[in-house]
Design a protein around this ligand. Structure first.
Ligand SMILES: [Zn+2]
Ligand SMILES: [Zn+2]
Length: 642
């Protein structure tokens, strides 16, 4: 008997976002990726349902070939993502069935190439590690779908718990996925997994070549690699018999995808665990308030190697010498004398964040965006939002004065000041400018690991997940950079960044931490200096409860952008009238970026899917008018910032 199946062709157009019926061979089931004739072209498609009735009056074409088989749960997961994040099934299915090039010959596995030798398994776990592991393995054995928060300071042994939980999954003939932030996917981290599991490890991240990614997926699909270590998109790895998903550094913003489908890999991990009867473990030293408030907590406590370093707060209202205050220079002088390494965090690139005319008060701004131009070391002013750049002028373009002042400091200026004041220290800069070339990041980290009397200067990249012995000093040059941002996560991010940076110091020897700030009484800075994570999170949850922010309500953000001022605000005002029954803020204007005027609506809601679906319908109805006005719209469910 002829069999028919529903197939979603993987096309991006919203107008074609539906299933089509094709004739399929007997062995095909849900999750099969097939090649089909669609219009005049050949397309890939995903089978979502088999044994459906043939369409009336139309002859269903047979599929041309079967490309691969996905675990059926992944298809269900993709359809859920399309619905929850307001995307199309085809776009969401493309996440689980990415385009594959044909294999060409043998290549070394990426983990083999990139991994450093890993540490051996410790002889014994700490009591809290054992208790956490027992709870996780217990949940694996009873088959309950459980979500745990693995909370412990940097250096408290979270990775060892992931490793042994993965081993437990393997012993039970099942698989595991370990997600890490892209930047933390270091040769060191890979080395630990490879030392423990060898060839059973597959690696998925954006720096792989297309051929490497294809090979790794094929090894996973054949069941040769049963543990996948990777960045955000590895949550879709086709691991069969999935038992465990670990999300390391679960507070990291890079788990959210900022293009359609705007999924959050943490939410997706929890959903996939629920669909497959697996256990999800979210680990962090500075968890999100959402996780702290909702998940069963497994606490590891402090560092295995000793107490956390003491933190000294330097009040910049009283200390001269920004960006290098006297106390900071004294600490760095100690490194010159006694040896060791230092890490300095300044979360701003370039030489100076703004150029300001003392005579007429003009700040030099980007022509396309409502932001100041940043002075860079090549004597160019650059916009950090669009590609605009111009040479640094000698005189003010408005009044002709030569009194142009460089306001503030960026990483390049900090590097120069260090060179002038402490030439004995080797300097390594780590920011988006310095690591633009492939391989530059790994080379910089390797240089830092090998050197003595060395200082690593950089943006938030320096605070993330790198473990170096011999770091005697970690310092935040300007703790205030993130606090002023008009975002409900501003304090949370500042707290996380300071706490994570403090964790880089003194992992193997007594270390020092210095925080320079103009706001020493700010809650985020004060509590980070005391390593008081529970108190910070309790306060943060209290504030969010009062204001109706996550985890108490979901946010849905709708941004409209266009070439004319006023039009985005007006379009959103009309949209708001159609969105009944929820707490909706705005419309409010946003900064102009890349020549586009922008505005946003933010809904606080218990029903994010309903709001997103309503907004999607209203935007579809308004699409012709919006197209004529050159307006574009984005609906973002659970945005990272508003
Ligand atoms: Zn001027
Ligand atoms: Zn710009």
């Amino acid at each position: 008997m002829t069999r028919f199946a529903s197939v979603y062709p993987l096309v991006t157009a919203r107008a074609l976002a539906r299933e089509f019926t094709y004739e399929v061979p007997d062995e095909v089931g849900p999750g099969a990726v097939v090649e089909v004739r669609f219009g005049n072209a050949r397309r890939r498609g995903v089978v979502t349902e088999v044994d459906v009735a043939p369409p009336e009056g139309i002859e269903a074409a047979p599929v041309e070939r079967v490309v691969e088989e996905l675990p059926p749960a992944l298809v269900e997961l993709a359809l859920w993502i399309a619905d929850y994040y307001g995307s199309t099934p085809a776009r969401a299915l493309t996440l689980v069935a990415p385009v594959q090039r044909r294999a060409r010959g043998e290549r070394p596995q990426p983990a083999e190439r990139d991994a450093l030798p890993g540490e051996a398994q410790p002889a014994a776990l700490s009591a809290s590690q054992s208790a956490a592991l027992d709870r996780i393995v217990g949940a694996l054995d009873t088959g309950e779908t459980a979500n745990f928060l693995l909370y412990g300071a940097t250096g408290s042994g979270k990775t060892e718990v992931y490793l042994q939980a993965c081993a437990a999954a393997l012993e039970r003939g099942r698989g595991a996925i370990v997600l890490v932030p892209e930047i933390a996917l270091t040769p060191q981290a890979l080395g630990r997994f490879r030392a423990r599991f060898g060839e059973r490890i597959a690696v998925l991240h954006s720096a792989l070549t297309e051929a490497e990614r294809r090979d790794e997926r094929a090894r996973i699909a054949r069941g040769e690699a049963t543990i996948v270590v990777g960045a955000r998109s590895a949550v879709f790895a086709p691991v069969a018999g999935l038992a465990l998903i670990c999300v390391d550094e679960e507070h990291d913003g890079s788990y959210k995808q900022e293009s359609d489908p705007r999924y959050d890999a943490r939410t997706v991990a929890a959903k996939r665990a629920a669909l497959e009867g697996a256990v999800a473990v979210f680990g962090s030293a500075t968890p999100r308030p959402e996780s702290w408030g909702r998940l069963e907590r497994l606490e590891l406590g402090g560092r295995l190697s000793g107490p956390l370093p003491s933190v000294r707060v330097v009040d910049l209202r009283r200390e001269a010498g920004y960006p290098l205050s006297a106390p900071l220079l004294a600490e760095l002088g100690g490194i010159v004398d006694r040896g060791g390494k230092a890490i300095l965090l300044l979360n701003r690139r370039g030489v100076a964040p703004a150029l300001h005319c003392r005579a007429c008060g003009t700040t030099l701004r980007c022509h396309n965006c409502d932001v100041a131009l940043v002075l860079h070391g090549d004597r160019h002013l650059r916009c950090h939002h669009c590609a605009y750049a111009e040479p640094e002028p000698d005189t003010c373009p408005v009044c002709g004065s030569t009194e142009l002042a460089r306001l503030g400091a960026g990483t390049q200026r900090l590097e120069r000041e260090l060179e002038a004041q402490l030439p004995e220290l080797e300097r390594i800069r780590l920011d988006a400018d310095a690591v633009a070339r492939p391989g530059a990041l790994a080379a910089a980290l390797a240089r830092f690991a090998a050197a003595d009397r060395v200082v690593l200067v950089g943006t938030q990249m320096v605070a993330k997940g790198h473990h170096f012995p011999g770091v005697a000093l970690a310092a935040v040059v300007d703790a205030d950079t993130g606090l002023g941002l008009p975002d409900f996560r501003a304090e949370e991010r500042t707290f996380q960044l300071l706490t994570q940076l403090a964790g880089r110091s003194g992992r193997d020897a007594p270390g020092r931490v210095l925080v320079q700030t103009f706001q020493p009484d700010s809650r985020a800075i004060e509590l980070a200096a005391r390593h008081d994570v529970p108190r910070f999170l309790a306060g943060e949850l209290e504030r969010r409860r009062e204001l109706g922010y996550p985890p108490f309500r979901h946010l849905v953000r709708i941004v409209v952008a266009g070439p004319e001022p006023g039009a985005p605000l007006q379009a959103l005002a009309e949209l708001k009238e159609g969105l009944a029954g929820d707490d909706i803020l705005g419309p409010a204007p946003l900064l102009r970026l890349r020549g586009k005027f922008r505005a946003q609506l933010v809904a606080k809601t218990e029903h994010p899917r309903r709001i997103a679906a309503q907004a999607g319908r209203l935007l579809s109805a308004a699409a012709p008018a919006m197209r004529r006005a050159g307006l574009t719209a984005v609906v973002d469910v659970d945005p990272q910032s508003v």
